[in-house]
Design a protein around this ligand. Structure first.
Ligand SMILES: C=C1C[C@]23C[C@H]1CC[C@H]2[C@@]12CCC[C@@](C)(C(=O)O1)[C@H]2[C@@H]3C(=O)O
Ligand SMILES: O=C(O)CCC(=O)C(=O)O
Ligand SMILES: [Fe+2]
Length: 354
């Protein structure tokens, strides 16, 4: 069975010439990182609007208590209307979450030359570097990332030759917790769609989506001299089934709402943000929107976020669940989808539409 990291290694991207900027050394936004004004104006308008409008259930991403008796409906409805929700009472200890965040902080505060020792190889999945989607944009992002897929010992040893174990243990432990939380949330969503594990014949998959794997992405958005003309992470949808994001206490995440524009998703203390990715959009036959989102940097605060991506093994065939009538998408393997996304980014979905 091919793993997700093999699928990413088999689909290399041309990042050879793109390495993150040495952010500490620049005091003005370089042209290479200046996006058109228009990009963030939308956000500013929306932000002003939000400040004057009380947040109500209709205008903000729902907050769901995982222990609520009607959690299946709450989660299902949020997936349908937003494709995103906050979870509280998720059972992941705040000590562990804080520990992951501070280890990420430690990593990103190393000198640039040092971080480059752990640079992700062009055909690699794990390591330090720019976001995979970078080659699709003519401007660079105010962002540096560290991707973790499978073992990170080799990369961690490059960063801390004598002291790498603590970092590895914290990341492993967090990934284990994320994996079981993601599984729990996936089951709730499948239940909402009336799919049970026993009804295996309902699944279009030859191999099972009950054996999902995960990847972890540590994101860093350093203080930015001109945040209104910069982008932290360019607009994108996440490719796999679902993503669980710890966005720290610092704002920056925004989602795109049709007819509204960019809407800020302010951090909720102790909550994790869950969002639908492309594969769940396909499985649900388009019923759940895959969320178009981005991150913006701040002037005075260095922001760290930690995203866990959850998806089936690369050979799994995914398509609209059998139970759902009139499939709108053709079935394909996860690996094929990753390859389409690597070549066509947001157009990947429309290429598999009937
Ligand atoms: C398991 C994943 C999911 C990846 C690719 C791979 C590892 C890194 C993830 C991200 C993280 C940053 C945004 C994104 C769009 C990117 O450029 O790299 C994500 C992408 C995806 O969801 O497609
Ligand atoms: O930093 C954030 O809030 C968003 C991160 C994100 O979208 C990602 O890692 O895919
Ligand atoms: Fe994302």
């Amino acid at each position: 069975m091919a793993t997700l990291s093999e699928a990413y290694r088999d689909n290399p991207i041309d990042l050879q010439h793109i390495i993150p900027l040495d952010f500490d050394s620049v005091h003005e936004l370089p042209d290479s990182h200046t996006w058109s004004d228009h990009v963030n104006n939308l956000y500013l308008e929306k932000y002003t609007y939000l400040k004057h409008t009380p947040m109500d259930e209709e205008s903000s991403v729902p907050i769901i208590d995982l222990s609520a008796p009607n959690v299946v409906e709450l989660v299902g409805n949020a997936c349908e209307t937003w494709g995103m929700f906050h979870v509280v009472n998720h059972g992941v200890s705040s000590i562990l979450v804080d520990d992951v965040e501070s280890h990420a902080q430690q990593l990103f505060s190393l000198p640039t030359q040092h971080k480059l020792k752990a640079l992700r190889a062009p055909d690699g999945a794990t390591g330090y570097g720019v976001a995979r989607i970078s080659p699709f944009f003519s401007k660079l992002m105010w962002h540096e990332g560290f991707t973790i897929m499978g073992s990170i010992v080799e990369h961690a040893k490059e960063l801390w030759p004598h002291d790498y174990e603590d970092f590895c243990n914290v990341m492993d432990n967090y990934q284990k917790k994320m994996k079981s939380l993601a599984y729990q949330i996936m089951l709730l969503i499948l239940k909402f769609l009336d799919i049970t594990k026993e009804g295996e014949e309902e699944m279009i998959s030859t191999s099972s989506i009950y054996e999902c794997e995960g990847a972890l992405q540590l994101n860093s958005y350093p203080c930015c001299p001109d945040p209104n003309r910069a982008i932290g992470l360019a607009p994108h949808t996440d490719s796999l089934l679902l993503t669980i994001l710890h966005q720290s206490e610092t704002k920056g995440l925004q989602i795109h709402r049709n007819g509204v524009g960019w809407v800020a998703v302010p951090p909720v203390s102790g909550a994790l943000v869950v969002n639908i990715g492309d594969l769940f959009h396909i499985l649900s036959n388009g019923r759940f929107p895959t969320v178009y989102h981005r991150a913006v940097p701040n002037q005075d605060a260095h922001r760290i976020s930690v995203a866990y991506f959850y998806g089936p093994p690369a050979d799994t065939i995914v398509g609209p669940l059998n139970k759902l009538p009139c499939p709108r998408y053709r079935s394909l393997t996860v690996k094929e989808y990753i390859s389409l996304k690597n070549k066509h980014l947001e157009n990947a979905l429309s290429l598999i539409k009937f």
